[in-house]
Design a protein around this ligand. Structure first.
Ligand code: AMP
Length: 200
């Protein structure tokens, strides 16, 4: 199963991606987590992207494309993956299509989690409160100002990206306003319907 999970920051992409990897037994590839790990490790990549991430802006396409290309070449990916946080731009989507073409394969679906802005802001505040309550470290880009910038970024780049997958017939739209369980159930149901359509 090869999936990408799309949606604004706070839509639950990470949560749903984690649930999908369990269901389909494929790895979760989160570009945000890979980049945060690089920053935490102080690698050359991490040093190059830290300021960009702290501003809530996008890391250059060629940087993330190379990172994803290297990652899907690894031994745990031949049966698929769930990509979360990538692609973010049409250029990235095209690069991903080319990577999969080169392996004579394609995406099963691009899942869009649709959700209202007010709920996103509420969820970001809850994520911060939960992290603090459990003694965790709050992400440096989870503050109201940067979060607003990330939302704006999504607003500007997501339209053409969603259109790209719509035109390819790969877009699966899901109501992300429901609870976590219901969202996962709806995704699985729609993916099941798609694969039986393709089989038949
Ligand atoms: P996320 O965890 O997906 O919200 O990503 C956190 C931050 O990492 C973003 O605000 C960007 O700065 C950077 N990032 C993650 N994925 C990408 C991507 N596909 N393209 C560009 N920047 C990314």
């Amino acid at each position: 199963m090869r999936l990408v999970v799309l949606g604004p920051p706070g839509a639950g992409k990470g949560t749903q991606a984690r649930r999908l990897v369990e269901r389909y037994a494929v790895p979760q590839l989160s570009t945000g987590e890979m980049l945060r790990a690089a920053v935490a490790d102080g690698t050359e990549l991490g040093r190059a992207v830290k300021a960009i991430m702290d501003r809530g802006e996008l890391v250059p396409d060629e940087v993330v494309n190379q990172m994803v290309s290297d990652r899907i070449d690894r031994e745990d990916c031949p049966n698929g993956f769930v990509l979360d946080g990538y692609p973010r731009t049409v250029e990235q989507a095209k690069a991903l299509t080319a990577m999969l073409d080169a392996k004579s394969t394609k995406l099963d679906a691009a899942i869009e989690l649709k959700i209202d802005r007010a709920l996103l802001i509420e969820r970001m505040a809850k994520r911060v409160a939960d992290t603090l309550a459990t003694g965790g470290t709050v992400r440096s880009d989870d503050n109201p100002e940067t979060f607003a910038r990330r939302l704006e970024e999504y607003g500007q780049t997501s339209g053409p990206l969603l259109d790209y997958y719509l035109r390819r017939g790969e877009l699966v739209q899901i109501d992300g306003m429901e609870g976590m369980e219901a969202v996962t159930r709806n995704i699985a149901k729609l993916l099941g319907e798609r694969s039986s359509d393709q089989d038949g």
